[in-house]
Design a protein around this ligand. Sequence first.
Ligand code: ZN
Length: 203
Amino acid sequence: MKIICVGRNYAAHIEELENERPEHPVLFIKPDTSILQKKQPFFLPHFTDDVHHEVEVMVKIDRIGKHIESKFAPKYYSKIGLGIDFTARSLQDELRTKGLPWEKAKAFDGSALVGDLFSKENFSDVNQLSFSLEKNGTVVQQANTAQMLWKIDDLIAYCSQFFTLKIGDILFTGTPSGVGSVSEGDLLKGYLESNEAFTVKIK
Ligand code: ZN
């Protein structure tokens, strides 16, 4: 399986990192080895001490597809959840400045926290979902999927023009503003609407 991630999908986050607003979704992939197993702590990697949390709504693909039209995209996923795209920020900045790929900063072991998945039938509209991230009891990221530049169905359609979507693949839909660094001892909790989707300790 693969994890397809979307960058720059919330205007306020593009502004906080002083990035340009892209013409098309920015895509990158994390390998299956990047998955942080549930209930496991996140260990700061040896190559950096500058790791940011990026809380993101994610969907799990449950049907194989390519060149999917947006209007048919809802048939390709039945579960929606919340995760973290852990990012080695200063390394990403360095790679980006040099025009190099981001993988070392984005796809390292443990960089994809896949939280709980909930049936989308639990929610009346996937484009109106609030979500948040708490760090040590304080809300640090809070947004609504209504603020996405590209909605979930459009992202599925766009990704599937380049990558065949397979059963079990996960799509991370981009982070809102409020990204920030994590330190040893921090406790992160994610909520999708009122559902707790994950708790992770930073070690
Ligand atoms: Zn991200």
